[in-house]
Structures are given as C-alpha cells and as structure tokens.
Write a protein of this length. Structure first.
Length: 125
C-alpha cells in the first residue's frame, strides 16, 4: 500500500470523525489526522532509500531531518491528545456540558453531578 493511500484513508477517517457529534470522536479524529501528518513527513524523506545513516554516507542514505520531524510530531500529537482527553474528562459532568450532543454520561440524571446524587456538591471526580 502506498503512502498516499494511507494518508488519504487516515485523513478521510479523521475528517469523518471530526464531523460526527461527540467529543471523544473529535479527539479520535485529531489523533488520526496526526498520524496522517506523520506518514506525510516520513514520505517526504523518501520511502525508497532507507539505509542506516551511520553505515555509509551517499545518495542512498536516509535523510534524518524528516525522521526528526516525525519524532517531534509524535510528541506534539501525544501532548495534544492528552490535553484533549483531559478536557473531555473535565467536561464529562453530564449532557449539559457536551455542546455536540453526543457521548453523554449514561449515569447522569442531568444535574451535572454525574449520577452521584446530590445537586452541585462541588466534589470532583
């Protein structure tokens, strides 16, 4: 499978998930788009030449710069994913906190307490 096909499938799935209701789907859409960017950056370094950079220097040596960009992009996308999941968890108080209307907490009775009873006890999960 070529890199262009992989990028196309990842972008299509990511955009599809971004357009679906529910914050978890939006987060998963961003994850898939991040993976697509990583594949694009790896493909920019040339998929055909993959000899080790330390063995010999020549025209067949892999370019280390796109590989460094991919490592940086992986770290950045991991940080963004953790941040978005933290925002999702923080806002999981009930259906009133999800503006998209999807992925509502099934145990919630609509008071924002997450089905724990009590109205606004101020206690965090």
């Amino acid at each position: 499978m070529s890199a262009a096909l992989v990028v196309g499938v990842l972008v299509a799935a990511g955009v599809f998930l971004l357009l679906r209701p529910g914050l978890l789907r939006v987060v998963l859409g961003f994850v898939l788009l991040g993976h697509a960017v990583n594949v694009v950056l790896l493909a920019a370094g040339g998929l055909g030449r993959r000899t080790a950079a330390l063995e010999e220097v020549g025209p067949g040596t892999a370019d280390p710069l796109p590989q460094a960009f991919v490592l940086t992009a992986i770290v950045i996308s991991f940080g963004i994913t953790i941040h978005l999941l933290g925002l999702l968890r923080r806002g999981a108080g009930g259906p009133a906190t999800d503006p998209t209307g999807g992925d509502a907490d099934a145990d919630s009775d609509g008071d924002g307490a997450g089905g724990e009873g009590g109205h606004g006890t101020g206690r965090r999960r």
